[in-house]
Design a protein around this ligand. Structure first.
Ligand SMILES: Cc1ncc(COP(=O)(O)O)c(C=O)c1O
Length: 452
């Protein structure tokens, strides 16, 4: 039985009516991948207000990793809602916050002892990670990377690499943010000299080249002793699902140790099974000093965390960080249920299995379709980059948008990403059945075929 079930024209009449009202009443700021208006969501399926059911390959931008309305998470939310909804950790503490911190602290055993600070959004946690690092080191400079996306608050925007639409018109940004190139080997200049790209992702020569560029910027433009933090996504998310090779991250780790710099991994999008391990760093053999988490952390409730070395987190004194809603009790209860769910080894095993299916199918697509420049990713966090010419690698944003539109019209929610908006990203629920995954991939295949 198929999960996709379209009963009306797309968008249906009720969706069109709500969308009209949205244009009238809502800021045009938040983008909309589809003109869908949700009525219900369960597992991998979103049903709209016209009764049409769509397969969801976006998971609300990589949030509902356990699927929509995971029963254990729903139960935890309901149970906490019966007790109390809010007291503010700054006024009256509660067990859920403390328990969650204790459990998150165990995620970085090599950084132990760890402590945790909870916030609401990914951007807010990023901001706070920088605050911890600056106070700890007494330094100001922060190095971020090309392709970076860290959110939309001012510091997060400054750290983000993509100008339009994230930064355009919003300057000035906070100072002392520097940028080094991200290890995107598909577009790295000297990569052209390498004829066999099959194991390019871990090519040590390229890793050294990119690291050298980083170290040169740190040394000449900033001065190592002025650097408070280096912040990087283990897989660039919005920037195009580009995995940073483990050897490169290990070089960064050694450099940070040598110069007393706080290494921050932004695992907002890569965390909670998205790459096949609970955190991406678990499979990369690198331990950051601080890890920033959000999205899948509470499977849909607004919650984020900064977890890491206790001596860094302890550097900020009483009242130095916080916020009224930080670590909301219902979100904490949901997150504890998420962590319980991940204790079942079958959850990550399934994530890895669907990662393999995706890798295999997307590689097949790339052999077949001229529009695909590269397919890449880590575990189930996978993407295909569309180009108008495989030799010049000219990014093809129009093709990516056409695929997303085709998919939507045929019952599949899919998103783009990438510095040039030409990357199709697969953020499937990690609990998706193989049958649903294949059903969605068949739509993607037809969409790619329609480009030929
Ligand atoms: C890697 C990364 N960091 C930070 C953020 C910002 O998170 P939020 O949108 O919850 O502020 C995102 C959001 O997509 C992200 O992918």
């Amino acid at each position: 039985m198929s999960s996709i079930c379209l009963k009306t024209e797309i968008p249906g009449p009720r969706s069109r009516k709500f969308t009209e009202a949205r244009h009238q009443h809502v800021s045009p700021g938040p983008f909309h991948t589809t003109p869908l208006v949700a009525a219900h969501a369960e597992g991998s399926v979103v049903t709209d207000v016209d009764g049409n059911s769509f397969l969801d390959f976006s998971s609300g931008i990589g949030v509902t990793n356990l699927g929509h309305r995971d029963p254990a998470v729903m139960q935890a939310i309901a149970k906490q809602a019966e007790k109390f909804v809010h007291t503010s950790i700054n006024v009256v503490a509660y067990e859920g916050y403390i328990q969650l911190a204790e459990r998150l602290n165990q995620l970085l055993p090599k950084a132990a002892p760890c402590k945790t600070f909870l916030a609401n959004s990914g951007a807010e946690a990023v901001e706070n990670a920088i605050k911890f690092a600056r106070v700890k080191t007494g330094r100001q400079a922060v190095i971020a990377f090309g392709h970076a996306y860290h959110g939309r608050t001012y510091m997060a925007m400054a750290l983000t690499a993509k100008a339009h639409p994230y930064k355009s018109g919003f300057a000035p940004f906070p100072a002392e943010v520097y940028r080094a190139p991200y290890p995107d080997f598909y577009r790295w200049p000297s990569q052209k000299e390498i004829s066999d790209r099959s194991d390019c992702s871990n090519n040590s020569k390229l890793c050294e080249e990119v690291f050298h560029a980083f170290a040169e910027i740190a040394s000449t433009q900033i001065g190592e002793t002025n650097v408070a933090a280096v912040i990087i996504e283990p897989v660039a998310g919005e920037g195009g699902f580009v995995p940073a090779p483990a050897p490169f991250l290990q070089m960064l780790r050694r450099w940070c140790d040598e110069h007393g710099v706080v290494l921050i991994f932004d695992e907002v999008q890569t965390g909670f099974g998205r790459t096949g391990s609970l955190l991406a760093c678990h499979q990369l053999d690198v331990t950051p000093d601080l890890v920033v988490m959000a999205k899948g952390l509470a499977n849909g409730l607004p919650l984020s965390a900064v977890t890491g070395r206790a001596d860094v987190i302890d550097a900020v004194g009483l009242g130095g960080v916080g916020g009224t809603y930080c670590g909301n009790p219902i979100a904490c209860a949901a997150s504890l249920a998420v962590l319980d769910r991940f204790e079942d080894p079958a959850v990550l095993a399934h994530a890895q299995e669907i990662g393999e299916i995706l890798r295999h199918r997307l590689e097949e697509f790339s052999k077949r379709f001229r529009s695909i420049g590269e397919t890449r990713g880590l575990g189930p966090m996978r993407a295909i980059e569309l180009v108008s010419d495989q030799v010049t690698k000219q990014p093809d944003k129009v093709a990516a948008q056409a695929v997303v539109q085709y998919c939507y019209e045929h019952g599949l929610i899919l998103m783009t990403c990438g510095a040039h908006g030409n990357v199709l990203r697969f953020l499937v629920p990690l609990t998706i059945s193989n049958q649903e995954l294949n059903e969605g991939l068949a739509v993607v295949q037809d969409a790619l075929l329609s480009l030929e």
